[in-house]
Structure formats: structure tokens, C-alpha cells
Design a protein around this ligand. Structure first.
Ligand SMILES: NC(=O)c1ccc[n+]([C@@H]2O[C@H](COP(=O)([O-])OP(=O)(O)OC[C@H]3O[C@@H](n4cnc5c(N)ncnc54)[C@H](O)[C@@H]3O)[C@@H](O)[C@H]2O)c1
Length: 384
């Protein structure tokens, strides 16, 4: 694949590595400045995204910019004939996401969302086992996505700069991964939810460091910093139900001390349960009446179609980069026309944003909200 990247930050570097690893050719990199793009790699560097599209005509564009740019860059890439692998959240609103899906359909291109945690072999194994009925009827789903990204009072990320992040921070930034994973593993949509949002540090100071983005509006203080009032949630607690009748809770925070990237999922079913967490992604705990077993990856419990794309053999601990690589490899295979290839679709990205918007509405009104996803739309979005 002739691939281009827009956005030269932390996740852009991961994408560059995976593109190289998958034998792709990096044909262009677009940054906020040409200098940032030139420092990023040896590929042709741009600060004008449309110029890069016109000159390089990439097969695929990896969109790795702050959230608010995803929609316009994705639509421009589709119109230039490229497929798109877009970082999550795929957009900052459901309206934008719908426009992106329309553009994909109009141009016959494929849009995939970088739901990288789907690529862990154990996540695949759990999904297969749920489908086979190993846990019975699903009753309870709980867990958390906790990070300390902005725990420090002095921490500032572009997410705080008005307009760059969208209408939600913690839930849309990391919680969206958790809900995608749960819907992916269990094969059912979230149907209703009640949310509580909290902002723990209502004032942040932009100092212009890496990852802090462009200067926000405001008058600099004596340290050159600009104070920004934070309106978005740093903690989101969600009580929800799934279509099949399960209910549960998810706690999401970007101010959780000591938790660098803690993703945990715990499920009880009518015959067994399981617990998985991303920091120990190569194992899970299976629970039955009166016992708990630590399980390692086992070929016999994995769908044979999925074994092919997983690079490492069982017994080798599975890492974040391999998981991400699997998701990019599958998305590229779909873009290259492989029939029936699974990948995180824009349809799934849209459902995630519907959930975020329902949670925002619930948190502000203190009322339960429904998410209207027909069985057919969910089936298509999650390729069931
Ligand atoms: N899949 C994941 O788990 C994961 C992890 C981290 C980030 N992300 C997502 O990736 C995106 C980027 O996050 P990040 O952590 O890399 O942020 P970052 O701040 O490290 O990088 C963003 C980069 O985009 C550049 N940029 C800003 N506006 C631009 C524009 N108009 N054109 C070109 N470049 C522009 C910035 O200069 C910066 O280099 C976000 O949407 C984020 O949610 C996803």
C-alpha cells in the first residue's frame, strides 16, 4: 500500500512504524508545519494536506490529527481516491461521522477506525467463546478505562483547547475504546445508559509544550502560560444495559493516579464468567462455579480465520504493537478488496459517537437515554 500520514504526533509515529512493518510505502507526511513533517520521516513532507493528496495519490491515508480535523481530512482523502484509516474518535459528532460514511459510500472507498485493542488474540478468543456460548447468557458486564494522562495539575493536552477535542474528553477519548471492545466481544449493542460526568481540575494552563497543540485564545500570564477553563469531563461513570438483557457499569477517567492505560472488562454469564485486562493482555481469568482458572492463548479456542493474521505464536506475550498491527493489516486487506474481511468499520465508529452523545445528554439531564441501533445496522457495523 502507498500510505500517507496526516498528524505527526504520538500516534502518528505508531502508524508509521506499522506501515513499515506491513511492507507499506510511506509516500507522504503532512504535519501542522512542514518542519514537523520533515522531521518525522524521510517521506515527502507537507503542511498542505490537499497538495499531498494531489501529488502523492496515496492508496490509504492514516488520519492521526486531533479529533476535530478527522472529518474534513477523511472526506478530502476519499474524494482524492484514497481509503482511510482514521484515529478514534472518528469525528467529533454523529453528524460528521454520518457525512464521512456518505463520502465513503459515494466514492467506493473504505473507512476504518483505529480500534487497536480489538487486535489482541485474547480479545479474539473471548469473542469466539462468547459466540460459541461458553459463558451462557450474558448477565453482567463491568469494567473501566483509567489513565493518568492529565492527573498532574500542570498537565495540558490539546484536548483542553476549546474546539480541538469535541464535546467530551474522557469518554470520547478512551471510554469509546472500552465500549467498542465490549460490543465487539459480546456482539450486542448498548441500548440504554445513564451517565455522570465530573471535571476534577477545572483550570489548566497551556505552556506550549509537546502535545499541547496551538496556542489557545487568552492573555499570557507572567510564565507565558495561558489559563484555560476546562468544561469537558475528566471522569465519566456509565450505568448501561445491552440489547440481550445484560447490565453493567463502566468507569472512565483521565485523572486516575498511577493508571497509565488500565483497561479492564469483567463479564458474568449464566454458565461462566471472565475477566481480562489490557496490561496483562496475554491472559484472562475464566470463572466457573467454585473455581477460577488463568487461561493463556490457545489455538484450539481461536477462530482459524483469525489465526492467520496473528503474527506471534501462543506462549509469546502479546503486545500493543502486534494488536494494533493486526487491526491495520485487516483494514488494509479490506481496502485491497479481500471479500468478507473484518475490520473496525466507520459504522462501529458512528455507534461509538452515538453512545457518547447519549451519555452527554444523560449527564446533563440526569436521565436515562436510549441509543437507537437497529439489529441490522449493528450487524453490519460489527460485521456479524
Ligand atoms: N488508537 C489509540 O489508542 C490512540 C492513542 C492515542 C491517540 N489517538 C488519537 O490520535 C489522534 C492524535 O492524537 P495524538 O495523541 O497523536 O496527539 P498529538 O498531539 O501527539 O499529535 C497530533 C499531531 O497532529 C498535528 N496536527 C494538528 N493539526 C494538524 C493539521 N490540521 N494538519 C496536520 N497535522 C496537524 C500536531 O502538530 C501533532 O503533531 C487523536 O484523535 C487521538 O484521539 C488514538
Amino acid at each position: 500500500m502507498r500510505a500517507a500520514i496526516v498528524g505527526t504526533g504520538a500516534i502518528g509515529r505508531v502508524h508509521a512504524r506499522l506501515i513499515a512493518d506491513l511492507g507499506g510505502e510511506l509516500v507522504g507526511v503532512c504535519g501542522r508545519t512542514g518542519q514537523a513533517a520533515a522531521a518525522f520521516s524521510k517521506a515527502p513532507a507537507y503542511d498542505d494536506f490537499n497538495l499531498m493528496l494531489n501529488e502523492q495519490k496515496p492508496d490509504v491515508v492514516h488520519v492521526c490529527t486531533p479529533n476535530r480535523f478527522h472529518a474534513e481530512q477523511t472526506i478530502a482523502a476519499f474524494r482524492a481516491g484514497a481509503h482511510v484509516l482514521c484515529e478514534k474518535p472518528m469525528a467529533v459528532s454523529t453528524q460528521e461521522a454520518a457525512r464521512m460514511i456518505e463520502a465513503a459510500e459515494a466514492t467506493g472507498r473504505i473507512g476504518a477506525v483505529a480500534y487497536c485493542y480489538r487486535g489482541y488474540p485474547i480479545v479474539r478468543e473471548l469473542r469466539t467463546r462468547v459466540r460459541e456460548g461458553a459463558f451462557g447468557e450474558i448477565w453482567r458486564v463491568a469494567g473501566a478505562y483509567l489513565s493518568q494522562d492529565v492527573f498532574e495539575t500542570s498537565a495540558y493536552q490539546w484536548h483542553f483547547t476549546p474546539g480541538l477535542c469535541g464535546p467530551s474528553y474522557a469518554l470520547m477519548d478512551i471510554g469509546i475504546h472500552w465500549f467498542d471492545l465490549v460490543q465487539y466481544i459480546l456482539g450486542e449493542p448498548v441500548e440504554t445508559l445513564s451517565a455522570r460526568f465530573n471535571t476534577r481540575r477545572p483550570k489548566r494552563t497551556w505552556l506550549g509544550g509537546p502535545g499541547q497543540g496551538p496556542r489557545p485564545d487568552g492573555i499570557p500570564g507572567s510564565d507565558g502560560g495561558i489559563d484555560v477553563g476546562v468544561g469537558l469531563e475528566e471522569q465519566a461513570d456509565i450505568l448501561f444495559s445491552l440489547r440481550g438483557g445484560a447490565s453493567g457499569t463502566c468507569s472512565v477517567s483521565v485523572v486516575s493516579p498511577g493508571n497509565a492505560n488500565h483497561i479492564a472488562i469483567s463479564v458474568d454469564g449464566s454458565s461462566a464468567g471472565f475477566d481480562w485486562q489490557q496490561e496483562e493482555a496475554a491472559t484472562y481469568v475464566e470463572r466457573g462455579s467454585g473455581h477460577k482458572i488463568l487461561r493463556y492463548r490457545d489455538k484450539s479456542r481461536l477462530d482459524p480465520a483469525e489465526q492467520a493474521v496473528i503474527l506471534t505464536g501462543p506462549g509469546n506475550p502479546d503486545g500493543y504493537l502486534e494488536a494494533f498491527r493486526t487491526v491495520v493489516a485487516e483494514s488494509w486487506a479490506a481496502m485491497q478488496g479481500e471479500a468478507g474481511q473484518e475490520y473496525p468499520s466507520f459504522g462501529a465508529g458512528l455507534i461509538g459517537l452515538e453512545l457518547v452523545e447519549a451519555a452527554i445528554s444523560s449527564a446533563s439531564s440526569h436521565a436515562e437515554r436510549s441509543i437507537e441501533v437497529s439489529p441490522e445496522r449493528f450487524r453490519r457495523a460489527y460485521q456479524l
